[in-house]
Design a protein around this ligand. Structure first.
Ligand SMILES: [Zn+2]
Ligand SMILES: [Zn+2]
Length: 356
């Protein structure tokens, strides 16, 4: 125990000149330098008093202090996320238009909509609760296209409020792609559901890639929502280009993009003019909410449960619980062993990983 204290002391002494790293100041209330029990969060250090505050930021989990915003359905946003979160429909429309313009720049005019009018709205979690969907929080977007008797399409996109502009852009790209597919997929070209979602994810991936948002790129790739189809499509696009993928939507006959040669007798979906694209089940994630340093004592908060090194505890996910053993806690993260998983996973502060 004494040795650990010494290591921490040496660490502190080494970085005294560059104070920021060790001269902890609470990012919630501004108090500092902090002593005693300190909580480390992705945003920085949090004093023990602020840690006890009752409300948490719905995006990053930081305790809510004096500076915050609240969505109409009661989600809190911290001072950091307040600055980048999209809360009004006008801004959401701006984000959608921006993403659309960038996609046309990347893919060319053939990715434009024939009926360019798109109604864009934001929704709060309540929107989904009202529709009897209990996992509403995990749905980020929804799109639909209605075709009139004369063949004119009316497009609607609805996206979850209170997310960052960057995340919202990726959702906008995804939903825009659904609209484009609704216009361009012939009624007799049935597309496998995972492939369909993966094409939309691929377009979102291309957008964040062009923007250099590597973290979002990784999240899209790691998302098991398309059951692995996204990684196949990213590879396929690299080889054949986006035009090949879009052309397949228009002129392909198979249900899956990969099976170029197999002439599957695909079930036809004639006369279906309205498509909705609300994802069915979304992945489970595990998040390291923060670390607690108190002298020689270290704890990690994983999925809302606090662990010391050597602890084995159950952590509740959205739809199930998973037994986790805490192997190690460092100053920046935690190493965990999950029941039934061969490889341990490493989480950094604030990092979220999908649980297989
Ligand atoms: Zn504080
Ligand atoms: Zn936050």
């Amino acid at each position: 125990m004494r040795r650990l204290a010494l290591i921490l002391f040496l660490f502190a002494a080494t970085f005294v000149a560059t104070a920021a790293e060790t001269n902890y100041v609470c990012v919630v209330c501004g108090k500092g330098p902090l002593t005693g029990r300190i909580w480390l969060h992705q945003r920085g250090a949090v004093c023990n008093e602020c840690y006890q505050l009752p409300n948490r930021c719905s995006l990053c989990g930081l305790p809510i202090g004096k500076d915050f915003a609240k969505t109409p359905d009661g989600r809190f946003l911290c001072a950091f996320d307040k600055a980048t979160a999209v809360l009004d429909a006008a801004e959401a429309r701006e984000v959608f238009t921006e993403a659309r313009r960038e996609l046309l720049g990347l893919f060319g005019r053939s990715f434009a909509l024939n009926n360019p009018e798109v109604t864009v709205n934001l929704f709060d979690v309540d929107y989904w609760s009202e529709n009897g969907r209990s996992d509403g929080l995990h749905k980020f977007g929804f799109s639909s296209t209605r075709k009139s008797a004369r063949g004119e399409a009316t497009h609607l996109v609805v996206m979850l409020s209170g997310r960052s502009r960057a995340e919202l852009s990726a959702t906008a790209a995804h939903e825009y792609t659904h609209l484009w597919i609704n216009e361009n997929r012939p009624a007799d070209h049935a597309i496998d559901a995972d492939t369909l979602e993966a094409i939309c994810e691929l377009v979102a991936y291309k957008l964040v890639e062009a923007r250099g948002q590597t973290e979002l790129q990784q999240l899209i790739l790691a998302n098991p929502y398309t059951h692995g189809e996204i990684t196949k499509l990213v590879a396929l696009e690299k080889e054949n280009g986006i035009a090949y993928v879009l052309n397949w939507v228009k002129n392909g006959t198979t249900m899956r993009l990969e099976s170029r040669t197999s002439a599957l007798a695909a079930p036809l979906t004639r006369g279906t003019f309205t498509t909705t694209n609300a994802p069915a089940a979304l992945p489970e994630t595990l998040k390291l909410g923060g670390l607690m340093l108190d002298g020689q004592d270290r704890q990690a908060v994983v999925g809302g449960v606090s662990f010391s090194v050597g602890d084995t505890k159950w952590v509740k996910l959205r739809s199930r619980a998973v037994r986790i053993h805490c192997r190690d806690i460092t100053r920046t993260g935690v190493v965990l062993e999950l029941d039934g998983q061969r490889e341990p996973i490493t989480l950094k502060i604030g990092q979220e990983k999908y649980v297989p």
